[in-house]
Design a protein around this ligand. Structure first.
Ligand code: DSN
Length: 434
């Protein structure tokens, strides 16, 4: 690990704690000298960092604006009201709850608000791209509610209809048979636009409520690059730190009919004191996402993922679902090298300075710990200013690294190229060191 430069701002900010200052300096170094391709990560603005590192962390504020269980919340009420107002304006929603600490909490709150224990929920299969809170056996969700899973269609050899897209015929059949109380749209590893309308139609046909989990595409929706589920789904949950580029956290928007139940489910149902410093940072992010530059950002994120996907296809990787329409690229490694697992690919790429995560692909024969896939994302490096040329180059660097994975010289050469590439696109100029 690189030694922290004497001018690292953390040395000054954390003068009394050199150990933590050193760690923050090393992480700043990692973030600015390696490629951040984890699809759920981004670089927040300095304003978001400032708000989330603010004195608002000192305040207890259980409850909601105007209805707190502690004194001294006059300013905090304004902060949370501002965040709620900016969130509803950004997404065109009736009501926002900005307190969920994470996307998982947001989903749990919705289940708690809308359902009874034991009710049936129809959600995406985990190995086809669903999230842990969509009914993983390891998640509390599957212990409280009964999950039935839909998935994607089979892969085909037809380049015009590659398959591996949400199978709405299967989804409708399952809905008619199982009569779920809730249908969930949304995923963590799916490179296509998720159209909320077919979900709404199926939910209406079977009398189910409809939750759209927009954790991944929230920023693309806010920036107008993807269709909005707000006003179509009964409730929309999302995280604020992925494509939306805000602080780590969750949020929920819904219509007035569900507002009271959602709020009660978040607090006191699930959480205690809200993180008001994070809520202030969410307010900053909502304002940033409402600006015209953010729409340009959202469309650049999609274009850059497309460039990365095209370059990786040229390198011999199979693109799950045949391509991408969002910030993600999901690779099947087996066409590149039958022996190469997601775990090994992730580890080798890490050593070359290319940060991404292994991922299951539909019907993956390998375990979720090993996997046959890799998930890549364009949101963070697009924020740092990279464009389609750089993303094409990244695709070729990935191919080169994985072809030469047993050759230390190849890995070292790619690491040097990555370092040089990143030097031209520092995410935080003030934190970059020479
Ligand atoms: N960990 C998130 C992701 O990477 O997509 C989901 O919770």
């Amino acid at each position: 690990m690189t030694t922290v430069h004497a001018a690292s701002p953390f040395d000054e900010w954390l003068a009394g704690d050199p150990e933590v200052a050193r760690l923050l300096g090393e992480e700043a170094d990692r973030q600015s000298t390696t490629l951040q391709l984890i699809a759920s990560e981004n670089f927040t603005s300095p304003a978001v960092l400032a708000a989330s590192g603010s004195i608002l962390t000192n305040k207890y504020a259980e409850g909601y604006p105007g209805r707190r269980y502690y004194g001294g919340n006059q300013v905090i009420d304004e902060v949370e009201d501002l965040a709620r107002a900016r969130c509803t304006a950004l997404f065109g929603a009736d009501h926002a709850n900005v307190q969920p600490h994470a996307g998982a909490n947001a989903n749990l709150a919705v289940y708690q608000a809308l359902l009874q224990p034991g009710d049936t929920i129809l959600a995406m299969r985990l190995d086809h791209g669903g999230h842990l809170t969509h009914g993983s056996p390891a998640s509390i969700t599957s212990k409280v509610w009964r999950f039935v899973s839909y998935g994607v269609s089979a892969a085909t050899d037809d380049p015009d209809k590659p398959g591996e897209v949400i199978d709405f015929d299967n989804l409708a059949d399952l809905a008619r048979r199982e009569r779920p109380a809730l249908i969930v749209a949304g995923s963590t590893a799916y490179a296509r636009i998720i159209d909320p309308l077919p979900f709404r139609q199926i939910a209406d046909e079977v009398g189910a409520l409809f939750l759209f989990d927009a954790a991944h595409p929230a920023g693309l929706i806010a920036g107008g690059a993807h269709p909005s589920p707000v006003g179509i789904a009964d409730v929309v949950t999302f995280t604020t730190h992925k494509t939306l580029r805000g602080p780590r956290g969750g949020a929920i928007v819904c219509n007035e009919a569900h507002a009271k139940a959602i709020d009660s489910a978040v607090f006191p149902g699930l959480q205690g004191g809200p993180l008001e410093h994070v809520i202030a940072a969410k307010a900053v992010a909502f304002a940033e996402a409402s600006r015209p530059e953010f729409a340009q950002y959202a469309s650049a994120v999609v274009a850059n993922a497309g460039a990365l996907a095209a370059s990786l296809a040229e390198e011999g990787f199979r693109l799950v679902s045949g391509g991408t329409e969002n910030h993600q690229v999901l690779l099947d490694l087996r066409t590149f090298d039958e022996e190469l697992t997601g775990k090994v690919a992730q580890e080798v790429l890490d050593r070359a300075g290319i940060t991404c995560n292994r991922n299951t692909i539909p019907d993956d024969p390998r375990s979720p710990f090993i996997t046959s896939g890799l998930r890549l994302g364009s949101a963070a490096q697009t924020t740092a200013g990279m464009g389609t040329d750089e993303f094409r180059l990244i695709g070729s660097l990935i191919g080169r690294t994985l072809r030469g994975r047993d050759d230390e010289a190849t890995i070292a050469a790619v690491r040097a190229e990555v370092r040089e590439l990143c030097a031209g696109f520092p995410p935080y100029a003030a934190l970059s060191r020479s």
